[in-house]
Design a protein around this ligand. Structure first.
Ligand code: G6P
Length: 372
């Protein structure tokens, strides 16, 4: 009903708008006044966490993309090797697991059968399983050794939005906590990131306030057949998520690529007026990849692409090559997906509406897939 949708036309719009709160709620009570992480609810002891020699993340769909981003954070802050695998592929390839492997199963619903089967397989090998889940008491957390709940509130639209942002927050919390428990040379960086995390919900809010040009752009592309997405570092999984949203909602052909792979194939796809969304890393910090992606934008534009550039405020280097420029607030590199994903959600939702599609219930999809 209209009341359930809180005045929005679709649950998806409501859920996109709820993201600042979802992010804040997921952080609530998990960072103390001194900036330390307090994840006592995760019932895996500090001693056990110090023994972990490998992290393996399993998930499906949008949750898998959260896992891909988590890998960058976990490996950078903790130096523990981290693999990310589609849950549906995991147990069929005889993965190497043991008692010192920490398996993280990410699932909004907690009922995805592929993810459940992957975690059962991990537990049979003696690994500890930590669930990151949005649904209290669902099967995946019940069958895991421990759970960190995301506090997104119920997500109704089939295409995941606020759950994704909270999955990212939960992954960052786990990564930072592992760093804290084990000690890391990134102590100062971790304190800075914890500080930035506590402001991030306001940044997400700011992004939401500037989405009207993104909606207008989406409407202008309603007749297109294909949209490509490019990203690098954590922007690569963001590109994958942008493409997934477009497939799910707009039923358009959409693909995400690692920008560094452009010359190994995807550049052959570029033709006159093809929309290409590029997620640009911060020019601060990892400035080498920033400069490389700016050359990529130049290359594809020289071949006729219509460039839609998502770049940090103050990044002037992209301006000459952006047919459309979407600004996002400056964040630490690893946190950028929290703000960079939002325009892509809005873009897909508006394109779906412009194409007359059912936004909350896309054809052929289910909110939670409880069969293998
Ligand atoms: C389905 C939904 C996706 C979701 C995926 C994983 O495919 O349509 O939006 O990302 O399942 O769901 P989960 O509940 O495990 O996060």
């Amino acid at each position: 009903s209209a009341a359930e949708k809180g005045g929005y036309d679709y649950f998806m719009l409501k859920e996109i708008a709820e993201q600042p709160k979802a992010v804040a709620d997921t952080l609530l009570g998990r960072i103390d006044a001194a900036g330390s992480l307090t994840l006592d609810e995760v019932r895996i002891s500090a001693a056990e966490l110090r023994e972990v020699d490998k992290v393996v993340i399993v998930a499906c769909g949008t949750a898998f993309h959260a896992g891909l981003i988590a890998k960058y954070a976990i490996e950078h802050w903790t130096r523990i090797p981290c693999e990310v695998e589609l849950a549906s592929e995991f147990r069929y390839r005889d993965p190497i697991l043991g008692p010192r492997s920490l398996v993280i199963a990410i699932s909004q619903s907690g009922e995805t059968m592929d993810t459940l089967m992957a975690l059962r397989h991990a537990r049979e090998q003696g690994s500890k399983v930590l669930a990151i889940c949005n649904t209290n008491g669902s099967t995946i957390p019940r069958e895991s050794d421990a759970v960190l709940y995301t506090h997104a509130g119920p997500e109704v639209a089939v295409a995941s939005t606020k759950a994704f942002l909270t999955q990212l927050v939960a992954c960052y919390l786990v990564a930072l906590y592992l760093g804290q428990v084990r000690g890391t040379k990134w102590g100062d960086e971790i304190s800075a990131v914890v500080r930035d995390l506590s402001h991030i919900s306001g940044e997400v809010e700011r992004v939401l306030e500037t989405m009207e040009p993104v909606r207008a752009l989406a409407r202008s592309l309603a007749d297109k057949k294909t949209v490509l997405f490019l990203g690098r570092h954590v922007g690569y999984p963001v590109a994958l998520e942008g493409a997934l949203k477009l497939k799910e909602l707009a039923y358009m052909h959409a693909e995400g690529f690692a920008a560094g792979e452009l010359k190994h194939g995807p550049i052959a796809l570029i033709e006159e007026d093809l929309p290409v969304v590029v997620v640009v890393p911060s020019p601060r910090g990892r400035s080498v990849i920033h400069d490389k992606i700016v050359s990529n934008i130049q290359e594809i534009r020289a071949r006729g692409a219509r460039t839609i550039v998502i770049a940090e405020e103050g990044d002037e280097a992209v301006v000459p090559y952006a047919d459309h420029l979407i600004r996002i607030p400056a964040t630490p590199t690893l946190l950028q997906p929290l703000v960079a994903t939002v325009p892509l959600q809005v873009f897909a939702c508006e394109l779906a509406t412009a194409r007359g599609n059912e936004v909350d219930q896309p054809r052929n999809l289910a909110k939670s897939v409880t069969v293998e």
